[in-house]
Design a protein around this ligand. Sequence first.
Ligand SMILES: *Cc1c(COP(=O)(O)O)cnc(C)c1O
Length: 415
Amino acid sequence: MSQEQDAAARAAVLDASDPLAGKRAAFHLPDGVIYLDGNSLGPLAHAVEQRMAAVVRQEWGGSLIRGWTAHDWIDLPLRLGDRIARLIGAPPGAVAVADSTSVNLAKCLAAALALRPGRKVIVSERENFPTDLYMAEGLIAGLGQGHELCLVAREDLPGALNDRVAVLMLTEVDYKSGRLHDMAALTAKAHGAGVLTVWDLAHSAGALPVDLSGAGADFAVGCTYKYLNAGPGAPSFVFVRPDLQGQVQPLLPGWMGHAAPFAFEGSYRPAAGIARMLAGTPPILSLAALDSALDVWDDVDIVTVREKSIALGDLFITEVERRCGDFGLSLASPREGAQRGSQVSFHCPDGYAVMQALIARGVIGDFRAPDLIRFGFAPLYLGYRDVVDGAAALEAVLRDEAWRDPAFQNRAKVT
Ligand SMILES: *Cc1c(COP(=O)(O)O)cnc(C)c1O
């Protein structure tokens, strides 16, 4: 057997014994596409499509304003929060769904800073996702209380925690490299110095086991449109440790977070519990999509997802290095599966054009400046054969220099 046939045959054996193989049928994946970008935008589940049609036609169209009560729209932000809580190791009543991850991050940071009035420093990582850093800078400017953002390298984080620091703000899985932080260890270290933690779970929720309670995390935010497959721009989730909730004075005290929204009182009184993190009217169409998208997780063990995710990533690294070693690619992610989230990135010369050419062949990943081609491995709808075929397509694009086509050079707004 050729090496080529051998790789395909081994992948077929792994697919045949994959406990998650049956889940793929739940998703609409276009013919001829290998989708390695579920870490940016999860695919559409068939059930979500049907639910959206019903919500639009029957609930909105038929019930009109009565829908808030008749279909319990008003409780969706907290009901869905409880469904997500199960996936991130949080207890009931600790998670709400609202706004965007960026906005929730600002809300959590503001709450954390207010809980540590004598301390003026937010510690984060230089490589953190830009929106997280922008939100911290903007909040500091808006508060005007002399806070500062201290950005350090990953290895210097523990040493940066001292009695001037109010908050440690980190993204658990790095969006570029996929490198994973030890949430429990860093949270314990932070607490030892009296520092509160704000965790961004954008690339964690639905990708790997998260244990917010076990880690003792104080605040967390994350996306529902990535591994949770709730659709483009679906709202974010926000977690506040239950014993802190009563002390949170919301940065954005909107009426949906008021103790009695329909009493229309003249001034703000925070709702009890996590509801005070809500601000404005919830986006019911997106929440309905999320509700339906979460069904696929009901009978899934996240540990099984994690095992397969690591195996898919390991196989991709092996295949890409075997096939593409001559073309200047180098691994930008940890080789050790336990230290990665559910994505693998490579430094790649002319990476933008290479990714465009790859997408034109039906293998969809993405590009992150300055030179990373990035691939996400979502175990619910990807198999081992997809990984082998994806690596083979990358090899073909590099070998044929298909990426030199001028059509692949012009950068779109979204990369
Ligand atoms: C995707 C992502 C976001 C996105 O935030 P939005 O407000 O939903 O645009 C934030 N943080 C991280 C780490 C991300 O990966």
